[in-house]
Design a protein around this ligand. Sequence first.
Ligand code: 5GP
Length: 116
Amino acid sequence: MSDKTIFKKIVDKEIPADVVYEDDLCLAFRDVAPQAPVHVLVIPKTTSLRSLDDVTADAQSLIGHIFVVIQKLARELGIAESGYRVVSNCGENACQTVAHLHFHLLGGRGFAWPPG
Ligand code: 5GP
């Protein structure tokens, strides 16, 4: 039986996703249950990082790259001017449900603070 996460299956094109950006290091696709008019997940392709808690100094350039991609996507998806939120749920208390590092890019509406 496969122990791949759903996100690894999306990276490997085993299941479909609405991909908005892809390069050698990362993939961005629309969330299947969007919480805002724009809700994109940006993930590294590597499976070595299950959450932010796995990130070490070795991953600095990868994480920096992902944030440059997030900024580019925010501009392309038309939410840069109005503002957007980037979220990475890490662990049980933060409601992380997929054990593959991912960043939610949310925009197109106003958000409350603090989050629930
Ligand atoms: P988490 O709760 O781990 O921070 O976020 C996981 C996200 O993945 C959720 O927002 C959920 O809607 C999304 N998700 C789960 N399964 C799929 C899927 O098969 N396809 C897509 N595009 N998103 C998914």
